[in-house]
Structure formats: structure tokens, C-alpha cells
Design a protein around this ligand. Structure first.
Ligand code: GDP
Length: 308
């Protein structure tokens, strides 16, 4: 299975949830009447209302022979490095901007992090159906914002899609064709590189931690190298390379549509959730017992793995 890992960065109300719903509806594994009513990334509304910690969500859509993992990014500035860790799991970002409002300062932080990590953005101008849309100006504003955030020439040469998430289309021109999100799927496959993987045994950098009433601790992250299966032995190293714990993986969960499903095996490049740890946490490395030393802070840096 071919893979792409992306994040969608959008100011609140610019249409991220609507877009993901429509991507799901138009993708291979999902039909309009299935689940989509739940609203892809809004399942944490209740938590949000109660002011409980909001978990980042992963969704996946399938286009042709490729599964696209879509990681939700917290919209706010953070101080714990969460945004950076989450963006470290992806190889490209879609910056979704309301065609009337233009880029908003609240997303600057996340966009800046994405650019700094070397991710090449796709800009999607949404809500082109609004009579007050001003797509051309908004594109200039996005360009200026990227430039102010020290984007490289390559990043500034971003592909642009125009469309209406609500109407379920994105196209290379504001005029359309106004019938599907195929141009967005195709652009993601073309513009976003396949995940870089490394040789070697299983390694995953813990990125999102949650407590599950049935499975206990669950850690989500991207597999940097190797494969992971349920029942596999693993160890956990902290950022300094100290041993945190050793154990066996109890479950490997893959993201399929809005669901998280147990899988028999997951490969390097994929984003999965694993269970079976007691202490292991975010920023720890979950790996084969043979691995020595922590993951590099940035997966794009060369790995520092020594085999015993
Ligand atoms: P999010 O906060 O970024 O997830 O935004 P939502 O997807 O919840 O959308 C916010 C509002 O904008 C909702 O009322 C949507 O129906 C509306 N919306 C989303 N996409 C479009 C669009 O393409 N055109 C118009 N006119 N409204 C849209």
C-alpha cells in the first residue's frame, strides 16, 4: 500500500472539518451515508466544551492505490512542542484558507513551524462560492505571509487549488470543474513525497498519548523503520536514550477512514497507535529491543542507530 502523510492547517471555521468529511465521502473506502454524519474531526466537541485536553486526530482516506493519513493539527500556539511533533509525522501540508477572510494570524504559528520543518505547502482557497470571495488578493496575502515566515523559494512556489469544501470540489481554476475533489487527491499524491523510511528494526517516535479505558496507554506515532505487529517485544527509550521500560505490544491500531482498527502488521512510513506500554510517553522512542539510542529529534536528520 502506498502512503502519504499530510496535515491540514486551517483557521477555525475556514472549512477543515467540511473538507475532511467530503474527502472521506469521495474516497475509496467511504460512502456518503457512512459515518460522515459524525463530522470527521469534531468528535472532540464535548471535550472542547468541557475544557478537557483535546487529542489530535488522525483520519485516513484512500485514493487509487494510496492511503492518505490526515493528521489534525492543534490550531493554537503551544509551549510543549506538540505542534512540531505532530508536523514531524507528515510530509506535506494543505493550508486551507477562506477566500473571503484570507489567512488569519492564529494559524501563523503552525504554518511557520511547517515551513521551518521544510514541508512544501499546497494552498487551498476554500469557500470560493461566497459572493464576497477575493481569491486573488487572498493568494497574495498567503504569499506575503509565507515570505514573512522565511519560506524557501520552493515553498513559495506553492500549487494552488480553488474550491468549495461545502460543495465538494477543488480545482486548479476558480471556475472549476466544480464536481469533485479529484484534483486535490491527485495533487497530494503528486506534490507530497512518500514517507521517507530508514533501514533497520522497528522504531516509532511517540507523538500523541492517550488513556483508553480498554487498552490502557495508547501512543500514536509514525513508524520510522521496520514493522510492528501485535505481541512483538519492544522497549522504550527516553529522549536521552535511557531505558524507560520493556514489554510486548498488545495492539497495533491503524487509521482507516474515521475508524481506528486493529491491524496485523504496520510498516515503516505509516502512522499507527500502539498499546502495551505502562510508562512510555510522548517524545519517547518505541522500538525493537535491538535498537540503541533515541530517535533523532527530527526524522529528516540522519538516524543514529547502532545495532548490537
Ligand atoms: P473548521 O472549523 O475549519 O472545521 O470549519 P467547518 O468545516 O466546521 O466549517 C465552518 C463553516 O463554514 C460551516 O458552517 C461550513 O458549512 C462552512 N463552510 C465550509 N466550507 C464552505 C464552503 O466551501 N463554502 C461556504 N459557503 N461555506 C463553507
Amino acid at each position: 500500500m502506498k502512503l502519504r502523510n499530510i496535515a491540514i492547517i486551517a483557521h477555525v471555521d475556514h472549512g477543515k472539518t467540511t473538507l475532511v468529511d467530503k474527502l472521506l465521502a469521495q474516497s475509496g473506502t467511504f460512502r456518503e451515508n457512512q459515518k460522515v454524519a459524525e463530522r470527521a474531526m469534531d468528535s472532540n466537541d464535548l471535550e472542547r466544551e468541557r475544557g478537557i485536553t483535546i487529542l489530535a486526530k488522525c483520519t485516513s482516506v484512500q485514493w487509487k492505490d494510496t492511503r492518505i493519513n490526515i493528521v489534525d493539527t492543534p490550531g493554537h500556539a503551544d509551549f510543549g512542542g506538540e505542534v512540531e511533533r505532530i508536523l514531524n509525522m507528515v510530509d506535506g501540508v494543505i493550508v486551507l484558507v477562506d477566500a473571503a477572510e484570507g489567512p488569519m494570524p492564529q494559524t501563523k504559528f503552525v504554518v511557520g513551524k511547517a515551513l521551518k520543518l521544510g514541508l512544501r505547502p499546497i494552498v487551498a482557497i476554500n469557500k470560493i462560492d461566497k459572493p464576497e470571495q477575493r481569491a486573488n488578493e487572498v493568494i497574495n496575502e498567503v504569499f506575503d505571509l509565507f515570505a514573512a515566515l522565511d519560506a524557501t523559494d520552493e515553498q513559495l512556489d506553492f500549487p494552488i487549488l480553488y474550491g468549495s469544501a461545502k460543495q465538494g470540489w477543488m480545482a486548479e481554476s476558480p471556475e472549476g470543474p466544480q464536481d469533485s475533489l479529484a484534483p486535490m487527491f491527485d495533487l497530494v499524491l503528486k506534490h507530497v513525497p512518500a514517507p521517507q523510511t530508514e533501514e533497520g528494526p522497528f522504531r516509532l517516535l511517540g507523538t500523541i498519548l492517550e488513556a483508553n479505558p480498554y487498552l490502557g496507554r495508547i501512543v500514536t506515532g509514525r513508524i520510522t523503520s521496520g514493522t510492528v505487529k501485535p505481541n512483538q517485544a519492544f522497549k522504550v527509550l527516553d529522549a536521552k536514550g535511557n531505558l524507560v521500560e520493556q514489554g510486548r505490544i498488545s495492539k497495533v491500531l491503524g487509521f482507516r477512514g474515521l475508524e481506528r482498527v486493529p491491524v496485523e502488521e504496520a510498516e515503516a512510513g505509516d502512522i499507527v497507535a500502539i498499546a502495551g506500554m505502562v510508562k512510555g510517553t510522548v517524545a519517547d522512542t518505541f522500538c525493537d529491543p535491538l535498537v540503541e539510542g533515541p530517535l533523532p529529534a527530527h526524522p529528516i536528520d540522519p538516524p543514529t542507530v547502532t545495532m548490537t
